[in-house]
Write a protein that binds this ligand. Structure first.
Ligand SMILES: Nc1ncnc2c1ncn2[C@@H]1O[C@H](COP(=O)(O)OP(=O)(O)OP(=O)(O)O)[C@@H](O)[C@H]1O
Ligand SMILES: [Mg+2]
Length: 317
């Protein structure tokens, strides 16, 4: 369904002294129809940038993305409009998703009208009621304004609105991190139900390893713009092989145990034992924080398959 090849994104900041920052660095991955690929990594490692670049919401700096064999970056305006309907994104902050001055009904009707997906008002209403039912809401929610709904209800309505476009690929960028734990489970269940019903592919971004493990078939661990480990979600959660993935999993367990699920993840310096090593240009960027680093780590590690479908980018593995 989705094929990402050597994707890079460089941000240029500063007006007079231009600085370049590689937020996504040579990422390749595939997501099959009906499959969920989870994406984890510390704040700022490039998860959202990767997602937005795949969807061409921001321009890439290199690489290619294919949506069902169609080259997303080469698509003209007409083609792109079609692809855009099929690839959707759900963000973390549900409160910004809907126009605060429109009743929910009109927000849900908007994409149907724009794309002429319903013939007449009766059919429109029927489709909207059907969408609502699929996300576990009722007609009474339609006459409300966004501020009269809970975060969980809004996230379900976002999903309903997206579903009206019959998407085949959805990026969920921390869709439930602003919700209560009890509501999270309900919303995640709806994500799963809808995936089963329509065979949708998900790229599911989250800080919560338990959620990723539960939601995903495979998962990818990102560090400083690169995928350092990718493979079956269960296997990576139980037995991570990259030193960064290991420290992430350990930190998650410890923090979850001591401080509850919403605890911050550790800062980088705490993640590994570290030896004050310098990052050598082109070498492994985790080496300065890695207790196993050796001279071999001065050369760039490449993703190597260590078990069926399980890849790790570490010279020590
Ligand atoms: N528009 C931008 N211009 C310049 N730098 C940016 C821009 N957007 C993001 N960045 C930088 O790129 C890096 C990756 O950001 P990104 O939002 O992709 O991280 P993330 O992994 O999604 O983090 P989080 O978990 O906090 O959401 C960060 O260092 C960020 O500061
Ligand atoms: Mg993000």
């Amino acid at each position: 369904m989705i094929s990402v090849e050597n994707l890079s994104k460089i941000y240029t900041t500063g007006i007079f002294r231009k600085r370049q920052f590689k937020a996504v660095d040579d990422v390749s991955l595939n997501i099959a129809a009906g499959e969920t690929l989870g994406l984890v990594g510390e704040s700022g490692c490039g998860k959202s940038t990767l997602a937005r670049t795949i969807l061409r919401l921001i321009p890439p700096s290199g690489g290619r993305v294919f949506f069902k064999e169609q080259d997303v970056f080469a698509a003209g305006p007409q083609e792109l409009k079609k692809i855009r309907g099929k690839m959707q994104i759900i963000f973390q902050h549900p409160e910004t998703a809907f126009n605060p001055r429109l009743r929910i009904y009109d927000s849900l009707a908007e994409p149907l009208r724009l794309r002429k997906l319903a013939r007449g008002r009766a059919e429109e209403k029927e489709q909207i009621l059907d969408l609502l039912e699929q996300v576990g809401l009722h007609a009474e929610h339609l006459t409300r304004y966004p501020h009269e709904l809970s975060g969980g209800q809004i996230q379900r309505l976002v999903l309903a609105r997206i579903l009206s476009l019959r998407p085949e690929f959805i990026v969920a960028d921390e869709p439930t991190s602003m919700l209560d734990v009890s509501v999270q489970a309900q919303v995640l269940n709806i994500f799963k139900e809808i995936q089963n019903r329509y065979h949708i592919a998900y790229l599911f971004i989250s800080h919560d390893l338990d959620i990723v493990r539960w939601m995903s078939d495979r998962m990818a661990v990102m560090y400083k713009g690169k995928i350092v480990e990718i493979g079956p979600a269960e296997e990576i959660c139980k037995n991570p092989r990259h030193p960064y993935a290991t420290s992430l999993a350990e930190a998650f367990r410890t923090f979850e145990h001591h401080e509850g699920r919403h605890a911050e993840q550790p800062r980088e310096a705490e993640a590994g034992s570290g030896r004050g090593r310098k990052t050598s240009p082109g070498g492994c960027s985790y080496a300065p924080f890695c207790s196993d680093a050796t001279a071999a780590c001065n050369r760039a590690p490449e993703l190597k398959e260590i078990a069926a479908g399980h890849f790790v980018a570490c010279r020590r593995v």
